[in-house]
Design a protein around this ligand. Sequence first.
Ligand code: URA
Length: 223
Amino acid sequence: MNKYIEIKKALDQKYFIINKNKIKNITDKCDYDSLFQRKREKMIIIHQALKQCHKCDLYKSRTQPVTGAGNVDANALFIGEAPGANEDIKGLPFVGRAGELLTKYLNEIDLSRKDIFITNIIKCRPPGNRDPNDEEIESCFPYLKEQIKIIDPKVIVTLGRHSLATLLNRNVKITKERGIFIDYNERLLLPMLHPAAVLRNNGLDKYMREDFITLREALKNEH
Ligand code: URA
């Protein structure tokens, strides 16, 4: 299949969308539509590349790569760790219990999954949900860097210790660093706990709520 047909076919998939509400404030809708279309096509090219990626061994055991999902022009980009079993089957990020909880926190600040983009540091499921190793992270990181460039979000939200440590390339103490903005290449980075940690310990729920309110304030002028 030639590349153009591949892209057109992939455009019919619903992974990469736009929130039409955002268009309301844009005077030149045509310009906005074409900007969006370009972003969407670039994301689809990453998706195609991931389907053929053999840079590490994870492709051997995964069902499909999980590129990400949501608004390719979002103001907030959420980054988790790696797809789990449900995500591997569906090809979409955060579709299990942790994802449901994440959706609930978003809804509480009047956002939906269609307002944001969600992806992971690692795009293929590590067998048995083990932590990704350094080689896997290093191989996959360029895809995430490219996604950040395409989406150009106002705020990056990292979910959990691994995703924050990978972006900052240092050890982190997530319970100390959560909820406090960090400069990430002249962009706002807001570290949060991983929703799976809240599922294990409901006492962490109050921190998640606090951090989502912090996010809401940061995005306030953007809606
Ligand atoms: N946990 C993650 O970090 N990512 C997912 O996509 C699902 C669960």
